[in-house]
Design a protein around this ligand. Structure first.
Ligand SMILES: NC(=O)c1ccc[n+]([C@@H]2O[C@H](COP(=O)([O-])OP(=O)(O)OC[C@H]3O[C@@H](n4cnc5c(N)ncnc54)[C@H](O)[C@@H]3O)[C@@H](O)[C@H]2O)c1
Length: 369
């Protein structure tokens, strides 16, 4: 039977986390919910289902959500949760587990759960069914299925367009390499392909494919419904992790945290890194890349399309309105961010400064007695 096991005494700073709750779900599966900060409003954050997920990872990701929502001007705080179970569970077991998770978080009312790695809009429908609260729900339930529509991939393409408008990239013919071909990577590939870019390498957990002339992305997307990109006949299979060293204009890590560390950052041969995944690079990796003149668009700007879409759903907007909101917010945020970088801030610091300025202003309006 599920239960709330405890609230660990987690180290906090001036932003949070406000609460870290450890859960024991049906069948004894451990889970954790971190609500980092609610200064700007209810905290939105995905539910990650992955055998290796840890409370430390969830707490870090929750902070990322606080900063991301603030940086793009949303009326929301940041949270995240993790369920330590493998993604390939039998359907009935998976549903029972997600429903058990929902029951456990019923009392965490300032947390709005959404989809993340290992969960999808069906999972959010189950959560909503249990507690009347979730974003990224199926359209039939009045939701906006952000992963099906590719909100984050769209946002990455908007960011790339802003870089183009500032003379940092020419999308027509730009060589793109994408690590991870899930909800984020696949839609980023499609949107950039539509803008004339050449997606020359793509990987998933099982392998990678490359074609220096550009992969046929619509065909690859269909093919990957039931194959790994490595088997795609329209390119040559390469070693999965060699993708990071592809010579290209833009590298998009869109898979796991910390894939770029001091060592792997040394292999990168891209001019620009657009962080599709959350925390895909360690601090040391970001610094090493910066030292080599690589422009890194940090996750809290580049991949904010998903949370903008989730927040739009929570405000009752339609999918069309949500995508307009993604374009507007990411244009504004990327332009402001570039201005700060041009003025001398590091890419990460520029994004952090944008977020903390807004959080500080908002905190001034909150009751403090
Ligand atoms: N879905 C969103 O809207 C959204 C928004 C912001 C950030 N993110 C972040 O983006 C990342 C991807 O999310 P997603 O929703 O696309 O997940 P997903 O589960 O749909 O896809 C993940 C992809 O990464 C691949 N992968 C995993 N490990 C890999 C490895 N070592 N090498 C190469 N490929 C690997 C998987 O095979 C899969 O193709 C995560 O870090 C997530 O937190 C997602």
């Amino acid at each position: 039977m599920e239960q709330v096991v405890g609230w660990p005494d987690w180290p906090t700073d001036e932003l949070g986390p406000r609460s870290v709750t450890i859960l024991r779900l049906a069948g004894g599966v451990p889970a954790v919910v971190a609500v980092d900060n609610t200064t700007l409003g209810p905290a939105i954050g995905g539910v990650r289902m992955r055998a290796e997920v840890t409370p430390a990872e969830v707490v870090r990701l929750a902070r990322g959500m606080t900063l991301k929502s603030a940086a793009v001007g949303l009326p929301n705080g940041g949270a995240k949760s993790g369920i330590a179970a493998p993604p390939g569970l039998p359907a009935d077991r998976r549903e029972a587990l997600i429903r058990s998770f929902a029951t456990c978080i019923a009392g965490i009312t300032d947390y709005l759960p959404g989809p993340d790695m290992g969960t999808d809009e069906t999972a959010m429908a189950w959560v909503h069914d249990e507690i009347g609260r979730a974003v990224g729900r199926p359209a039939a339930l009045g939701g906006i299925p952000l992963d099906v529509l590719g909100a984050t991939g769209y946002g990455l393409a908007v960011c790339a367009e802003v870089l183009q408008e500032h003379g940092l990239l020419r999308l027509d013919g730009a060589r793109i390499a994408i690590q991870g071909f899930g909800a984020v990577g696949r839609h980023a590939a499609l949107r950039l392909h539509q803008r004339g870019a050449r997606v020359i390498a793509v990987s998933d957990i099982d392998g990678a494919v490359a074609n220096p002339d550009g992969l046929d992305i619509p065909k690859l997307t269909d093919f990957c419904q039931d194959h790994s990109p490595a088997e795609f006949p329209g390119g040559a299979a390469i070693d999965r992790d060699d993708l990071l060293g592809t010579a290209c204009d833009v590298l998009i890590p869109a898979a796991q945290p910390d894939v770029l560390d001091r060592v792997t950052a040394g292999q990168v041969r891209a001019r620009i890194v657009l962080e599709g995944a959350n925390i895909p690079a360690t601090g040391a990796a970001e610094q090493a890349l910066r030292d080599r003149g690589v422009l890194i668009v940090p996750d809290i700007i580049a991949n904010a399309g998903g949370v903008i879409c989730a927040a739009a759903e929570s405000r009752g907007l339609t999918a069309t309105q949500a995508f307009t909101d993604i374009a507007e917010r990411l244009r504004t945020a990327t332009t402001e961010w570039l201005g700060r970088v041009t003025a001398g801030a590091t890419p990460r610091q520029a994004a952090l400064d944008m977020a903390t300025a807004r959080l500080t202003t908002a905190a001034g309006y909150r009751r403090s007695f």
